[in-house]
Design a protein around this ligand. Structure first.
Ligand code: FES
Length: 73
């Protein structure tokens, strides 16, 4: 496989940034948190917290929905 080869259709992105909410990852990923700890996921879609307020970091727990708009990512 050559460098830069696209292996998935552009209509199904691997990463989706949700306005005011999490970053969605499709497929198997490893997320490294601020402490350098790796968190692997095999779920079809995972939501990574971008607001910094989740009680289950690095994953989104929905807390961003109760934050004032100016504190949302
Ligand atoms: S983005 Fe959802 S809890 Fe942080």
């Amino acid at each position: 496989m050559g460098r830069g080869r696209v292996t998935r259709p552009a209509t199904r992105p691997d990463v989706v940034m949700c306005p005011g909410g999490p970053m969605l990852l499709r497929g198997d990923h490893v997320v490294v948190d601020d402490d350098g700890v790796s968190h692997a996921t095999t779920r079809p879609v995972s939501a990574v917290c971008r607001c910094g307020k989740s009680a289950s970091k690095p994953w989104c727990d929905g807390t961003h929905k109760v934050l004032p708009p100016k504190l949302r990512p």
